[in-house]
Ligand binder design. Structure first.
Ligand code: NAI
Length: 303
């Protein structure tokens, strides 16, 4: 069965180029009406022009699709609210939000300024928060929503020189974890996409032959699945070069050591058992993780 977006309205942020452009084109080709948002700055977040986003809109229209251009910076909540209003005034609904806009300010942590740290958090984390906050009541009212947060292997696993970016990207996983729980009863599903693609963002970071395998279009299927009616909820989907994986934040079985005075020494001795991965699980929520610890203690007291 094909993934059909007929009748849906989608907002894709940072859709003037790179992955966002591919997301917007693919959603429109499958029937969605798309708000093509982009501030149009450079990869470091400097400058701004709507021409790239405008040309994506023209491309969509030339192919027979429907699209609107929007030049809001995702860091500006008022402008983001106006963008959502623009979609509502024109098409009366927003079904899909793809939080894709992003910048880089790479430096080793020792050399990184706090300004560069804050700016990257502001664009990736607060940008996604602003867009999600603005569409949330619209989606709640219609009892339908699909939200895709763009995370990164940098956030999930770390990369040299990307402490700001990695922190921001893993924060989006945290945001997704709670919103997927809160959104469930309103028909809102929230997931994360961790792409790997050759775009201006990865230029110079990888050898040319590797970049050639990483065409941005190869990430699009994962976005389409996460934005579709049949989407999962609370999934971290990795995609690049035609490969797809899921990342999980797992919990080991661990051990119960109690409250005795020598627990620090016992813990040091038992660390291999605590980190042993056999039987690890993914808790349903933070509360679920805590209750497992309480459960271990109660079991020990009953024994
Ligand atoms: P890109 O630089 O081509 O695209 C990012 C877009 O976001 C640009 O068009 C830019 O103008 C726009 N943008 C930046 N700040 C904005 C703001 N404040 N408001 C609105 N738009 C803004 O880079 P790429 O690779 O397409 O990145 C897309 C997303 O994928 C980003 O969130 C990035 O962090 C993420 N990502 C990319 C990876 C890759 O391998 N290319 C790896 C992991 C994550």
């Amino acid at each position: 069965m094909g993934l059909d977006f007929e009748g849906r309205v989608a907002i894709v942020t940072g859709a003037g180029g790179g992955l966002g452009r591919q997301h917007a084109l693919a959603l429109a080709a499958r029937g969605a009406r798309v708000v093509v948002n982009d501030l149009g700055g450079d990869v470091h977040g400097d400058g701004g022009s709507m021409s790239a986003a405008q040309s994506v809109v023209q491309e969509i229209r030339a192919a027979g699709g429907q699209a609107l251009v929007n030049g809001a910076s995702v860091t500006d909540f008022d402008a983001v609210q106006r963008m959502v209003q623009q979609a509502m005034d024109t098409w009366g609904r927003v079904d899909i939000l793809v939080n894709n806009a992003g910048i880089l300010r790479d430096k080793s942590f020792a050399k990184m300024t706090l300004e560069d740290f804050r700016l990257v958090l502001d664009v990736h984390l607060m940008g996604a928060v602003h867009c999600t906050k603005a569409v949330w009541p619209v989606m709640q009212a219609r009892q339908y929503g699909r939200i895709v947060m763009t995370t990164s292997s940098s956030g999930l696993y770390g990369n040299f020189g990307q402490s700001n970016y990695g922190a921001a990207k893993l924060a989006l996983v945290g945001l997704m974890q709670t919103l997927s729980i809160e959104g469930e009863k309103y028909g809102i599903r929230v997931n994360c996409l961790a792409p790997t693609a050759a775009t201006r963002m990865t230029q110079g970071l990888m050898p040319e032959a590797v970049l050639q395998a990483l065409e941005p279009q190869a990430v699009v299927p994962a976005m389409l699945v996460l934005a579709s009616q049949e989407a999962p909820n609370r999934t971290i989907l990795c995609a690049g070069a035609g490969g797809f994986e899921a990342a999980h934040i797992t919990l080991t079985q661990g051990v119960y050591l109690g409250l005795g005075p020598d627990v620090p020494e016992q813990l040091a001795e038992n660390l291999p058992r605590v980190t042993e991965r056999t039987g690890e699980t993914v808790p349903r929520s933070g509360g679920d993780q805590g209750s497992r610890e309480v459960g271990k203690a109660m079991k020990a007291h009953l024994a």
